[in-house]
Design a protein around this ligand. Structure first.
Ligand code: NAD
Ligand code: DAO
Ligand code: ZN
Length: 383
């Protein structure tokens, strides 16, 4: 048993004291895990736009003060009463989309949206409605049931999965959100079929992973669309056959008209990976009449609504959404990690990491993310 088991651990964490303020590196106290919980030593975490979105105060579920971060990997430090699935030293990936295998949602076989801890994780508390973090005598909220911006975190036993310990956590942490989300949206939610045509709007981490999913399904044409020309070479490297910058069209055609012309009536599958509701509409309307399916992955700003003429749907286009790519974390991530370690994965996981940061300079990492040239910044939580 670890020497820290059963004791409160004091460690460093990036605390979000209030919305729109920089994260503050603090000494935090992390209580031992209670029944059904696991305490994890976080080694690496990716920075995702959702962390920034919540920090900006735009997330209706955002609660402060809190410890953000949801794309994390690490080792189990200790387990609470009744936990048999994990032991000290297990290499794990945190799951902001939990999987309990027992709730109505898990058992339905229709969705990955486990509800076992959803109500409490959305409120920034553990399933027993209390918190495990304290700083300067104040209680600190959890985030998405993960809080990976702390050197130690406590999560529900449903919010993590054990994976091959040989796999490098500085890479596998990315499977905790962006990469799995895009790849799964293509291969699970949309279930792209061989020979089909695909358009991906927004070529960040998520969009690149959609491209890789489409390529793995042998789509015949994969059109990447981004307002940033620098994304062209990225898109091509990840499987795009074409790249369009919609701001560089000659003015005679809209992006929808251009796509419909290029694909003889529209695409079989489109994806929004921007979070922009106008783009979501473009993605839907660029679908082929009768069968085109558009998948929304992007998270829109609070209060935004989508619209289209209902006739777009009456005439056979389908609009759907995807969270965590429709992937069930416990059931599916171990095999995705194994494919990575044995070299058979269709996902170029290493290539997504363009920037590095340390916990102490996590704010620099966020700044890089906002500059638009960063695909993913991975934070070393030990420094
Ligand atoms: P990102 O910012 O790295 O990438 C977005 C890309 O969209 C950028 O390259 C940007 O240039 C491009 N873009 C912006 N406006 C555009 C426009 N009008 N037309 C075409 N391209 C445009 O973001 P990311 O990390 O790849 O995440 C993408 C989205 O997915 C975000 O909204 C994020 O919150 C969301 N997300 C959703 C889930 C989920 O489970 N549904 C999970 C993770 C992330
Ligand atoms: O309500 O059951 C639920 C799940 C809500 C979580 C959906 C997450 C999708 C967007 C998150 C972005 C990345 C963390
Ligand atoms: Zn469940």
């Amino acid at each position: 048993m670890s020497s820290t088991a059963g004791k409160t651990i004091t460690c460093k964490a990036a605390v979000a004291w209030e919305a729109s303020k920089p994260l503050s590196i603090e000494d935090v106290e992390v209580e031992p895990p209670r029944a059904g919980e696991v305490r994890v030593k976080v080694t690496y975490t990716g920075l995702c736009h959702t962390d920034y979105y919540t920090l900006s105060g735009n997330d209706p579920e955002g609660a402060f003060p809190s410890i953000l971060g949801h794309e994390g990997a690490g080792f189990v430090e200790s387990v609470g009463e009744g936990v048999t699935e994990f032991k000290e030293g297990d290499s794990v990936i945190l799951l902001y989309t939990a999987e309990c295998k027992q709730c109505k949602f898990c058992k339905s076989g229709k969705t990955n949206l486990c509800q076992s801890v959803r109500a409490t994780s959305g409120q920034g508390v553990m399933p027993d409605k209390t918190v495990r973090f304290k700083c300067k005598g104040q209680e600190i909220k959890h985030f998405m049931g993960t809080s990976s911006f702390s050197q130690y975190t406590v999560v529900s036993q449903y919010s993590l999965v054990a994976v091959d310990p040989k796999a490098p956590q500085e890479k596998t942490c990315l499977l905790g959100c962006g990469v799995t989300t895009g790849f799964g949206a293509a291969t699970h939610t949309a279930n792209i079929s061989q020979g089909s045509t695909v358009a991906v709007f927004g070529i960040g981490c998520v969009g690149l992973a959609v491209l890789e999913g489409a390529k793995s399904r042998k789509a015949s044409r994969i059109i990447a669309i981004d307002t940033n020309d620098k994304k062209q070479s990225w898109a091509e490297r990840f499987g795009a056959t074409d790249f369009i910058n919609p701001t560089k069209l000659d003015g005679k055609q809209t992006i929808v008209e251009k796509l419909v012309e290029l694909t003889d009536g529209g695409l079989d599958y489109t994806f929004d990976c921007t979070g922009n509701t106008d783009v979501m509409r473009q993605a839907l309307e660029a679908c082929h009449k009768g069968w085109g399916v558009s998948t929304i992955i992007g998270v829109a700003a609070a209060g935004k609504e989508i619209s289209t003429r209902p006739f777009q749907l009456v005439t056979g286009r389908k609009w759907q959404g995807s969270a965590f790519g429709g992937v069930k974390g416990k059931s599916e991530l171990p095999a995705m990690v194994d494919a990575y370690t044995n070299g058979t994965s269709p996902i170029q996981l290493d290539a997504y990491v363009t920037h590095h940061a340390t916990l102490t300079d996590i704010e620099t990492g966020f700044a890089k993310m906002k500059e638009g040239e960063c695909i993913r910044c991975v934070v070393d939580m030990s420094k």
